[in-house]
Design a binder for this molecule. Structure first.
Ligand code: BJW
Ligand code: ZN
Length: 243
């Protein structure tokens, strides 16, 4: 653990803060058994991202992309939120102003009970029609390939933000508001390499927030943050936010 603050100091700051923002990434769900994207066991180890998570890839071969998503939907459907997800629900109830920004598409924060959140990269349990744009919940596992829209018959795609696509304007605005107004930003389990989320820490830092990171390893955020705790999210987050 390398930090200018002790874990108990950060725990006390979190307990007393009026305004807390949290940014999460794949590492928080790794403790529920969902693979991360990068690193030794990451999802990108066996697949090239541009072959699967891009609009071009989908235009070229929608069936291949849907097969990858079916594999991930099956994997995620069997997983449960862990103690770190639950601790963030406690924090949401405790802090006067709270916002959770997640890059994760697995829906585990909502399953745990989080309600004040932006899923900035979308949700794997939603589909969007490529013709009429309608967005619908869809929990089929597997989803029949090719999936079609019940309104217009168009091809459905995952309601997920792929490389080269813009995030929803309301998610960006809500996130920036939370980052510009928080006393503490807690960053959990993200490598900090994918933009725009990779720039969120500096937005909070610049307005004077205390920025705290929880990650197994050092990341691109580590040199910027005020405190960096290295370990598993499911062990450390409940220590920072006791139930
Ligand atoms: C643990 C742990 C445990 C493990 N406990 N910790 C500016 C500069 C350069 C490039 C760009 C830029 N602006 C835009 C871009 C392009 C691009 C980008 O950022 N590329 C970079 C790779 C360089 N960004 C975009 O295209 C974005 N769109 C955009 O900006 O639109 C405007 C625009 C477009 C084009 C050009 C310019 C502007 C969209 C990004 C969408 C990202 N989508 C993905 C995939 C979705 C597919 C799917 O999921 O089905 O979202 S990418 C993938 O990475 C996924 C994740 O949400 C995201 C972040 O990954 P995350 O969560 O950080 O995971 P990992 O695996 O990287 O890290 C896990 C961490 O956990 C590690 O640190 C571990 O140590 C840790 N860990 N176990 C605690 N138990
Ligand atoms: Zn449609």
């Amino acid at each position: 653990m390398t930090t200018r603050y002790s874990l108990s100091e950060i725990r006390d700051r979190l307990a007393n803060a009026r305004s807390v923002t949290v940014l999460t990434g794949a590492g928080i769900s790794a403790d529920s058994g969902i693979p991360t994207f990068r690193g030794a066991d990451g999802l990108w180890k066996n697949y090239r991202p541009e072959e699967l998570a891009s609009p071009d890839a989908f235009a070229r071969n929608p069936a291949l992309v849907w097969e990858w998503y079916n594999w991930r939907r099956e994997l995620i459907a069997a997983k449960q939120p862990n103690a770190a997800h639950t601790a963030l629900v406690t924090l949401e109830h405790r802090a006067e102003n709270f916002w959770l920004i997640t890059q994760n598409v697995d829906g585990l924060h909502r399953a745990a009970g989080s309600r004040k959140l932006s899923e900035i990269h979308g949700n794997i349990w939603k589909v969007r029609c490529t013709q009429c744009g309608i967005v619908e919940d869809n929990h089929a596992v597997p989803i029949p390939i090719p999936p079609t829209c019940s309104s217009c018959g168009g091809l459905l795609r995952p309601h997920i933000v792929w490389f080269g696509e813009s995030l929803a304007r309301e998610d960006i605005e809500r996130s920036l508001h939370a980052l510009r107004s928080c006393e503490i930003l807690l960053i959990i389990g993200t490598s900090g390499v994918v933009y725009p989320a990779a720039s969120f820490a500096s937005v909070a830092k610049e307005q004077g927030a205390l920025v705290v990171e929880v990650n197994l390893d050092p990341t691109s955020h580590t040199s910027l943050v005020d405190a960096s705790f290295h370990g598993r999210a499911k062990d450390l987050v409940p220590l920072l936010v006791p139930g």
